[in-house]
Design a protein around this ligand. Sequence first.
Ligand code: ZN
Ligand code: MN
Length: 496
Amino acid sequence: MEDIKTTMDLTGFIAKIGLEIHVQLKTKSKMFCSCDNNAENTAPNTLVCPVCLGMPGTLPVTNKQAVEMTIKTGLAFGCQIPLESKFDRKHYFYPDLPKGFQISQYDKPFCLGGEIEVGGRKIRLNRIHLEEDAGKLTHLSRGRTETSLADKNYSLVDLNRAGTPLMEIVTEPDISTPAEARKFLEESQLSLRYLNVSDADMEKGHLRCDANISVESKVEQMSPIVEIKNLNSHKFVEQALSFEEKRLIDDFKNWPEKRTKITRGFDAKKGVTFEQRHKEEASDYRYFPEPDIPPITISEGQISEFKKEIVELPKEKKARYIMAGVSDDVAEKIVKSPYLVEYLESGENLQKELAVFISEEVNRAISDHEISFKEYKNRVPIARVSELLNFVKDGIVSKTAARKVFVEMVRTGLSATAIIKGKGLEQISDTAELLSTVNEVVKENPDLVEKFKNGKTQVVGFLVGQIMRKTSGKANPQVLNKLLIEKLNGNNYQNN
Ligand code: ZN
Ligand code: MN
């Protein structure tokens, strides 16, 4: 009995996890100036101007495209769009923030509420707001050989990223396990790609996640809320949260009387979280309305125009594929690759066989031939795959031959018809033509025919194999089987 009680105590904790996801929007220019927003492969501090360098006397001009992307994302996730929003200054001091404040949104963000469904569970959103990114710091060490008296450690700042539009999605603490947090992140990442608002590549920092976790015991005791900063992969989000969940439960005895908020970092190499500074309260940031940008208003009419432009999200798309008869697995596989979706939907109508074929063959073709998806699509327009599959359906080529034909289609860019004709891959469905081979094989194997007569029907398989070999695998299996059985029974009958 003692054991059971202990187990119950240990499992009597519920985790509450909320995420803050920062998304770099792929607008043409930065959030408040006309600098190029694509900083990939650029020399440090080359995409800068007085506005994003934070020079005194400069004025920010709001990027309309960024606002539209934020509102469209909000609409796609079922958020409410308030008719009036505003920007605020959020103050903190750090070398990557030249102005000494970040323009963000405090109490009037562009989007409120909303939800994202993950594995059948609805995770509520608190808000989606828009802000500007800071610059990038690179911390370096001069190492032991340096003889200079200067600091051994130093940092470099690159402001190309300063002022990039950053959309922040904030959830309610509705996520209950680290694995679910990871799934949530994967689902939102895919949706953001569908919405075409971000490349959402975590490795490149387009998508960055802060994870908040607290645990509650069944006797209503509450742990501190721990925010784990700057998680840059799905795996790290899950690992960091799992570590922290366990740490909080183990530390159960030391939970404070009054709930507090702390910030911890994550050491990906060791897989552990570590203590950092205490979390600022909102008052530490001294938020106040950005005086250089008037409040932004939007009309009901504009909102309904935006609604018309919202694309189908992965979840809805998958449901539609399943309705069309595609299996869950195949639908899932296609929906996860936006380019497979694009390819499948470039066809006239959604066919189940086509979906299966694409999910199995396209990725392999692309990697086997070392070509880009674009190149693949040029060589093999989807209509040609449909044509090939129709040939299989009509018995013109076998399934096995169809795979060979497809490989040739990718290699040469020729149509299925041309390849089948050129290589003589048509199935032999002509009865007269097949019958001569059937007769030949039957004549060559009197012993097997004898066995068949004695009820050993398994010999049919061997005979079919022989006929297939003689026709180089081109015999139409249905026609062949029918002819062979007729022939064997016929012989049987004659002999009686
Ligand atoms: Zn600029
Ligand atoms: Mn933020």
